[in-house]
Design a protein around this ligand. Structure first.
Ligand code: NAD
Ligand code: UDP
Ligand code: UDP
Length: 323
């Protein structure tokens, strides 16, 4: 811990897509950053430009094991986030969400740190209320293929609110909707990375189902801005708070936009819809607007252009192998 306005911030999952952007922004604000990651889906590549920074430290550690350090703030982002990654070892996914939350909450309790949880719109499951406000309890299959992630994240929210009520912990719960941008894992099967890589390599664009399902895509910079605003908000603002872009898009429209923006000649091919794939997803962001003064600033086209440029660089300059 440090004196003055600079804080020591722990970012779990800090070598991942969102975590690496968060580490970067916290360093820019003058804080000490401890980036903790077991490198399951994250990579050193995402943080290699930070490694020599005097206020940055990387620790390889699994959040399912206890951790004894001194920090002021904890951003708990550790958890595989894409369906193929979180379904690869579903028991470990639940352990990461639940045991990881217990350990990070135990740490926060011991050092009296403020703690923010990267929760997810998946807590709403396949929603029957649209758009989804935070008051909605969701429609989640407890025994399906997505349950390890959805129920793990729901249980983590329960733990956050119980530590808050029982131990007066300062908590912040952020429900993140689909977020995209540079440093997404090129092989994680998520729709934005899949479509861009397929378009850039001339492979068929894989549309699951009819492509009529919707998502609301938020750009990473806006998401990080929301996370920082939430962490710095007054203590009585615990969340849950939706952070996402309320502009809803069908998956088919996304495919067409990516083809158009990349000038690709990739054909669209149809594949079966994955198990329990939610049909629609759109955040009600009234709370974020009112309580945090937050709203997204990046249009889909602007964010896609930056993400396409990132993957072009990975493919052409760094010559990354993509499955
Ligand atoms: P990501 O896979 O790029 O990042 C997750 C990071 O956590 C990786 O670096 C991974 O190695 C690390 N990790 C996984 N298990 C761990 C463990 N047991 N111990 C330590 N580290 C571990 O995914 P992301 O998109 O950056 O997601 C970050 C967080 O945001 C996750 O908690 C995810 O559930 C949440 N979230 C993301 C989205 C999105 O669209 N990107 C949406 C909702 C919620
Ligand atoms: N913990 C940790 N770091 C700490 C304090 C606790 O990793 O600095 C972990 C430890 O594994 C513990 C868990 O957090 O079991 C929950 O801590 P808490 O104090 O809530 O409960 P305990 O299990 O210690 O009674
Ligand atoms: N999707 C698709 N083709 C792909 C990857 C995903 O049509 O190559 C669809 C998927 O069925 C889902 C949506 O895109 O309806 C978003 O999928 P993603 O895995 O990115 O996120 P999540 O389902 O967790 O929101």
């Amino acid at each position: 811990m440090r004196l003055g306005t600079s804080k020591t911030c722990l970012v779990t999952g800090g070598a991942g897509f969102l975590g690496s952007h968060l580490c970067e922004r916290l360093l820019e604000q003058g804080h000490e950053v401890i980036c903790l990651d077991n490198l399951f889906t994250g990579s050193r590549r995402n943080i290699e430009h930070l490694m020599d920074h005097p206020r940055f430290e990387f620790q390889r550690h699994d959040v399912t094991f206890p951790l004894y350090i001194e920090v002021d703030e904890i951003y708990n982002f550790a958890c595989p986030a894409s369906p193929i990654h979180y379904q690869h070892d579903p028991v470990q996914t639940t352990k990461t969400s639940v045991h990881g939350a217990i350990n990070m909450l135990g740490l926060a309790k011991r050092v009296r740190a403020k703690i923010l949880q990267a929760s997810t719109s998946e807590v709403y499951g396949d929603p029957q209320i649209h758009p989804q406000p935070e008051e909605y309890w969701g429609h989640v299959n407890p025994i399906g293929y997505r349950s390890c992630y959805d129920e793990g994240k729901r249980c983590a929210e329960t733990l956050f609110f119980d530590y808050h009520r029982q131990h007066n912990l300062r908590i912040k719960v952020m429900r993140i909707f689909n977020t995209y941008g540079p440093r997404m894992h090129p092989n994680d099967g998520r729709v934005v990375s899949n479509f861009i890589v397929q378009a850039l390599t001339g492979k068929p664009i894989t549309l699951y189902g009819e492509g009529t399902q919707t998502r609301s895509f938020g750009y990473v910079d806006d998401l990080i801005d929301g996370a920082l605003r939430l962490m710095n908000s007054p203590d009585d603002i615990t969340g849950p708070i939706n952070i996402g872009n309320p502009v809803e898009t069908t998956v088919r429209a996304l495919a067409e936009k990516v083809i158009d923006m990349t000038g690709s000649s990739s054909p669209i091919v149809y594949k079966p819809l994955p198990h329990d794939d939610p049909m629609q997803r759109c955040p009600d962001i009234t709370r974020a607007k009112t309580l945090l003064g937050w709203q997204p600033n990046t249009q889909l086209e602007q964010g896609l252009a930056k993400t396409i440029a990132y993957f072009e660089h990975l493919l052409k300059v760094e010559k990354i192998e993509i499955a």
